[in-house]
Design a protein around this ligand. Structure first.
Ligand SMILES: N[C@@H](Cc1c[nH]cn1)C(=O)NCC(=O)O
Length: 452
């Protein structure tokens, strides 16, 4: 059942997440100014991003346990306060150490936000709506990037570093006030007892032991990282220096990425709500499509045509919303008392894989350059293609994790007497459901039983 005030609670949570995404991405927009302000090279500046991501990923499990114990409201408000402090610190910092301290605070506040907002959904909305609302949370949150790319960039270029980062800090004050005023952890009297401190450790062990949580982790690991690596680090230099597309075309391709992620999110959310027993198959299909698109681009003789690059970007973009299926596994395979912990475990996956892939790609590019393979061009097309191919190894590791945890989940389901209908049977049932729907014969189209 949906509860009164649910949209307001969710709205304040999503706003806090959107602001977190803005704070997360402001530094990327300020690269040129940061180089001058901190007198730093590009590789020193990349440390800012890596430290921020490490802090974010490292805090996921403690934050998940804290959400289960204290509820999302306190954590969302604390996250906004930390991000405000971090952006303020960055506004006044003029040394690399001071800047990294600011970015670490931003990473910490960011880490508190997303899983706390997801934790609100099952408490306030009916189970059948949670997959689609999870997708909308992710989609609306990503719009925070637009606030960095347009108004933040404008203030930075017109009024300078200090004003821009103080303004960003002020946005988190607004998120904090709205969270404190509007968010309630549970509707009315339905508040379950908070987890006791000593229960937190055992709920972490229990969440980890459940193969469904690990299936979620590997899902997030496998299909979030190719898009993150592309957008946060290597996509733009690869397109412009490697594939030799113009900066304007590269920007259009990056915009296509955001558009595809927004468009396919609701479709995926509805699909997952209807076919909970086929979620891992969908995840494997998305992973296969991303790998196939990369392979086609890499094997193309000479620079790839723009249409093929657009197909690649579209496939990579599906990974953002696709990885949200990982959180659906966490939700449906864990009781609500340890949902935050399980969500935190899942959310480490994509960020860990992104850090590994970003580092390995940079390493291979450097090795090819120092070994004389690149003919003095660090970002040559062939070097880029060889370096980017390390993603297949990271993806292979993730697919191995998915298949293994899925096998254990299926064995456990079989032990509980739950039979997974063969794909042909499921497809025939879906065709019947659509026909009935077209002929106006009932059925909500939603299945709420769990599976993989
Ligand atoms: N998969 C992302 C969010 C997303 C949704 N649609 C596109 N991207 C994710 O896991 N986000 C975690 C976070 O903190 O942003």
């Amino acid at each position: 059942m949906k509860h009164k005030g649910a949209w307001l609670v969710w709205g304040a949570g999503v706003f806090a997440y959107m602001v977190a995404v803005t704070q997360r991405t402001t530094f990327g927009v300020a690269g040129v100014e940061a180089t001058e302000r901190f007198s730093a090279t590009a590789s020193v500046l990349s440390v800012f991003t890596v430290v921020q991501l490490l802090v974010y990923a490292g805090l996921q499990i403690p934050v998940g346990m804290l959400v289960d114990r204290f509820g999302p409201r306190l954590l969302i408000a604390a996250g906004a306060a930390l991000m405000c402090a971090g952006q303020f610190q960055l506004a006044v910092a003029d040394s690399v150490a001071g800047g990294i301290a600011g970015r670490s605070l931003v990473g910490a506040g960011d880490a508190l936000t997303f899983i706390s907002v997801l934790r609100l959904l099952p408490a306030w909305f009916p189970a059948a709506r949670v997959p689609i609302l999870t997708q909308w949370t992710g989609i609306i949150g990503q719009l925070g990037q637009i606030a960095s790319a347009i108004p933040f960039a404008f203030v930075l270029r017109s009024f300078g570093w200090n004003t821009a980062f103080v303004s960003a800090a002020a946005l988190s004050v607004l998120a904090l006030v709205l969270a404190a005023a509007l968010i309630r952890n549970y509707p009315g009297s339905s508040r379950p007892p908070a987890a006791a401190a000593q229960e937190s450790g055992s709920s972490l062990a229990a969440a980890w032991r459940h193969p469904g949580t690990r299936l979620g982790l590997w899902t997030h690991f496998t299909i979030q990282f190719p898009g993150t690596v592309f957008v946060l680090m290597w996509g733009y230099p690869y397109l412009v220096s490697g594939e030799e597309v113009s900066p304007a075309t590269a920007s259009i391709l990056m915009t296509l990425f955001v558009a595809v992620a927004i468009l396919c999110g609701p479709w995926l959310g509805t699909w997952v709500g209807r076919h909970p027993m086929r979620r891992s198959t969908m995840v494997l299909l998305i992973a296969g499509a991303m790998a196939a698109a990369w392979l086609a681009v890499m094997l193309w003789p000479g620079p790839a045509p723009v249409w093929l690059l657009a197909v690649l970007v579209a496939m990579l973009a599906v990974g953002g919303p696709g990885s949200m299926i990982g959180f659906d596994f966490a939700r449906t395979f864990n009781p609500s008392s340890r949902l935050g912990t399980a969500t935190g475990i899942v959310n480490i996956g994509g960020f860990l894989a992104s850090l590994i892939a970003m580092y390995l790609i940079g390493l291979v590019l450097d090795l090819l350059y120092s070994g004389g393979f690149s003919n003095g061009d660090l970002y040559s097309l062939t070097s880029f293609r060889i370096a980017l191919a390390v993603q297949f190894a990271v993806m292979g590791l993730g697919i191995g994790g998915i298949l293994r945890s899925r096998r254990i989940v299926r064995a456990r389901m079989a032990g509980e007497g739950l039979r997974l209908p063969p794909l042909r049977e499921a497809l025939a049932r879906e065709r019947r459901r659509r026909r009935d729907e077209r002929q106006g014969r009932g059925g909500t189209g939603q299945q709420t039983h769990t599976g993989e």
